[in-house]
Design a protein. Structure first.
Length: 187
């Protein structure tokens, strides 16, 4: 079993913000797979699908970003998952808009959602899919909580299927293969 966990903040206020790109990516994959989300046994929403012959969970924490780790911890307690089965999908303002980076492990890089997951799992050794949301800003908090521009929204419709292709490839292969094939700028 695999789990693809998109990070974001709950509520309409945050729906289209840069910080919620993880939710948007998981939602897009759910739309491609024609599955809907339901409440989990913890503070998360999930759907089950088969990707490349693997039973796969698509997950969105119901917590705010800085408490994402609590939802991930509940998830792995309830489902037969190990940390190696997780792929965390999230925004990265250190990467230019339209850039995709898979990583095997690493620090939180200043991302509060990743920081919370590291604290709750007790390890930095989990796979990530980082979506570049842009790196031109004066205030990082205001930037990540801002909506994408109209031009960026248009480009997102082209980019989201490329990201979900990379995620499907991770499910079928592994993090190394996904890194080698998909780590680059797309837009």
């Amino acid at each position: 079993m695999r789990a693809i966990i998109g990070l974001g903040n709950p509520g309409l206020k945050y729906k289209n913000t840069r910080h919620n790109i993880g939710f948007r990516i998981v939602d897009h994959l759910g739309d491609e797979l024609k599955v809907s989300f339901k409440a989990g046994k913890g503070d998360y929403y999930y759907s089950e699908a088969e990707i490349e012959g693997q039973r796969t969970l698509l997950v969105k924490p119901g917590t705010y970003m800085n408490r994402s780790g609590q939802a991930v911890k509940h998830l792995i307690r309830y489902f037969p998952l190990e940390i190696k089965d997780l792929l965390i999908v999230y925004d990265d303002f250190h990467l230019p808009f339209g850039t995709l980076r898979f990583r095997r492990q690493g620090s939180d890089g200043g991302h509060n959602g990743i920081k919370s997951i590291i604290e709750n799992l007790g390890t930095q050794e989990f796979a990530r899919c980082r979506a570049g949301i842009g790196s031109q800003f004066d205030d990082s908090v205001s930037f990540v909580l801002s909506n994408f521009s109209r031009a960026e929204q248009k480009k997102l419709t082209e980019w989201l299927p490329m990201i979900t292709d990379g995620i499907r490839y991770w499910v079928a292969e592994d993090i190394e293969a996904a890194m080698n094939k998909f780590n680059r700028a797309y837009i």
